[in-house]
Design a protein around this ligand. Sequence first.
Ligand code: NAG
Ligand code: NAG
Ligand code: NAG
Ligand code: NAG
Ligand code: NAG
Length: 477
Amino acid sequence: MNGHGNLAAACVAALTVLLCLHSVRGDYCKVNLCHNGGTCVTGVGDDPFICICDDGFGGDTCNLTETGPCSPNPCKNDGLCEVIAPTRRGDVFNEYICKCQPGFEGAHCQINVNDCANQPCKNGGICKDLDGDYTCQCASPYVGKQCQLRCISLLGMEGGAIAESQISASSVHYAILGLQRWGPELARLNNQGIVNAWTSATHDRNPWIEVNMQKKMRLTGIITQGASRMGTSEYIKAFKVASSFDGSTYTTYRVDGQRRDKVFEGNTDNDSTKTNFFDPPIVAQYIRIIPAICRRACTLRMELVGCELNVYSNTTGCSEPLGMKSRLISDGQLSASSSYKTWGIDTFTWHPQFARLDKQGKTNAWSPAHNNRSEWIQVDLEKTKRLTGIITQGAKDFGVVQFVSVFKVAYSNDGKSWSIVKDENTGKDKLFEGNIDNNSHKKNVFEPPFYARYVRVVPWEWHERITLRMELLGCDD
Ligand SMILES: *[C@@H]1O[C@H](CO)[C@@H](O)[C@H](O)[C@H]1NC(C)=O
Ligand SMILES: *[C@@H]1O[C@H](CO)[C@@H](O)[C@H](O)[C@H]1NC(C)=O
Ligand SMILES: *[C@@H]1O[C@H](CO)[C@@H](O)[C@H](O)[C@H]1NC(C)=O
Ligand SMILES: *[C@@H]1O[C@H](CO)[C@@H](O)[C@H](O)[C@H]1NC(C)=O
Ligand SMILES: *[C@@H]1O[C@H](CO)[C@@H](O)[C@H](O)[C@H]1NC(C)=O
């Protein structure tokens, strides 16, 4: 945090007037006295009005052009500007070329190339073009950046890789005066014998059976089967699926964008198998099958289909930008404790939606209404992802360099109960080292990585005012 000495010094410069006059509310001029698209603001400071100039213009009324063909940078989307010959033709500079970043083209790198044009998504994946990137929405059971991997291992109910101790249930049916135990450990696909499946107790009104996979796995499907007892068929006709990371909070499976729990179609006889895919896949350690409609009794044999998480993360290193910059993360997924308005003017609101790495413009970052440690910015990734790092960046508010120098990171799976990332050595809240200037990228790695749907950055120390642009790093599993 900054001392008051610096603040006084900063007030000398005309453009930093906002720092001295926190409570002043500005307004637009009745007549725009600024040239070249500048914004005219009145009621701020001693001058009757001030102009906020568009890129490339300066001076009190924005009637001066700036100093060289590459200053300010005319190239969009991080294109590099190179001066060819420093000659001046009237007021127009055109003796430069823009060298574009991958994914952009045009004289000023203003065209976002359609990264989907080459059809990068395999196996029926649906491609979505982003700013300088693309994303594939894979059809289950395919996973990976390009849906190139098949996630279809049988996880070991039938084969035995899942041990008896990993399978539990809400209740057990005892038949023939308690001599037959239809326990959860029997719920293995194609199990044979007279007692060969799990059946819930007759009185159990909320039955379930659960498998603890002992680590987080990706599940792409389930194969179910009934059984016959004393010559009659018993099976689950319809069921729901819930999953959990920790065995205490469970999420019932829903298809993306649907408000109701998904009800899966189950079996129709005692022996044939029914396969259901999870599309999108489930990432969890615990998976629970919740019978909804049972024929005679809730009786089940099953197999789980999926794969290890690192099949994907290892091939990519799991440090992909998750989409702050590319806009894969949409505006609606970003929120914050509050937003600052320069001079109280709505147009100069520092929305959380502006906290995108390398965002350009006059208000090009998130900044909260107050500078204290209660403020936060939140990303809802919409599904659980593996988070491995974060890049942060400061910005300038009309010339004043502002940034977050120290921050904490919190995460959550439900948006309600939060965990703060801890320092591995001390066990205390980890204080991440942030920025030192208005523009450079500071990368921090999460060691160990964590899984979460919601991520919050909590500024802890800052320069001038809390001001943040950022990118999250991780991968889809
Ligand atoms: C810019 O405007 C000021 C007054 O508004 C004027 O004195 C000055 O000559 C102008 N400069 C140019 C380059 O037009
Ligand atoms: C159970 O399934 C087997 C194989 O499909 C079939 O032969 C048998 O008749 C079925 N039993 C009952 C009780 O429906
Ligand atoms: C992950 O990738 C690294 C480097 O490519 C390799 O050395 C390692 O064996 C891989 N791990 C697994 C589990 O495949
Ligand atoms: C932060 O500022 C707000 C508004 O002034 C105040 O309500 C809140 O209590 C402050 N929090 C801390 C930790 O100082
Ligand atoms: C802000 O960052 C840019 C790009 O790194 C740099 O050229 C400029 O000098 C910085 N501005 C200030 C006021 O430090």
